[in-house]
Design a protein around this ligand. Structure first.
Ligand code: PGA
Length: 255
């Protein structure tokens, strides 16, 4: 964590918490977590619970909301999909793009991720671009190359002004939902590499300021250690973001 940066903590609920559960969650979370101007907190509820989440955080402008997935088209006959514009119209400020579950379970390609990133930016949503290698790729010594390819597919289409609105999340696939967290040293190695790519492409002002989050089995007891690693600007949390009190601890962690 670079001292001048504001930690950025995001909770991805995935396919959990309907509207009632969302209200119940925030009732407890907002009691456990006192507003703090020195950090950014963002939740990604399922789309069906977005309105409930929005109502529940209405009195807490320190807590922002995003959508877990978007289609790259603005509107049209795409049953079951939501566009970046629809998310923005509903009050979302962020969108996850390129999450490994979208890539692995729903066949999303680097090109799809690039289109979604452009769509989010065009609609005024901040994309959180997720990248990360599988266990086989890591064991073959290809983690850096895989992440570089995933990043390049999206960054190739962006100029520095646009890239200034991007957030990147490094999420090694082998650490997601497995209870196997990357060590702060593992995370740091890839974060430093991602930072170098961003600076090389967009210059120190933009590339040096892009928040780079770590994700993969983050919990209250490992959050501070990960935040203390170099170039780890925040955390993207799945399973542990479903526990209001536990996630309040993650949100308050300092590196
Ligand atoms: P996890 O998920 O914290 O449950 O490993 C992280 C993510 O998928 O963003």
């Amino acid at each position: 964590m670079t001292p001048f940066k504001k930690p950025f903590i995001a909770g991805n609920w995935k396919m959990h918490n309907g509207p009632l559960a969302a209200r119940d969650f925030f009732g407890r979370f907002l009691t456990a977590y006192a507003a703090s101007p020195d950090r950014t907190i963002v939740f990604f509820p399922p789309a069906i619970s977005f309105g409930a989440a929005q109502g529940a955080v209405a009195g807490r402008p320190d807590v922002e909301l995003g959508v877990q997935n978007i289609h790259w088209e603005e509107k049209g006959a795409f049953t079951g999909e939501i566009s970046a514009k629809l998310g923005h119209d509903a009050g979302a400020a962020f969108a996850l793009v390129g999450h490994s579950e979208r890539r692995a379970l729903f066949g999303e390609t680097n090109e799809d991720t690039a289109r979604k990133t452009r769509a989010a930016l065009a609609a005024g949503l901040t994309p959180i671009l997720c990248v990360g290698e599988s266990l086989e790729e890591r064991e073959a010594g290809n983690a850096g190359a895989v992440v570089e390819t995933q990043l390049a597919a999206v960054l190739d289409g962006l100029d520095a002004d646009t890239a200034a609105k991007l957030v990147v999340a490094y999420e090694p696939v082998w650490a997601i939902g497995t209870g196997r967290t990357a060590s702060p040293a593992d995370a740091e190695e890839l974060h430093v590499r991602i930072r170098a790519i961003l600076i090389d492409r967009f210059g120190a002002d933009v590339g040096g300021a892009t928040p780079i989050l770590y994700g993969g089995s983050v919990k209250p007891d490992n959050a501070a250690g990960l935040l203390a690693a170099r170039e780890v600007d925040g955390l993207l949390v799945g399973g542990a973001s479903l526990d209001p009190e536990g996630f309040a601890q993650v949100c308050a962690a300092t590196g």
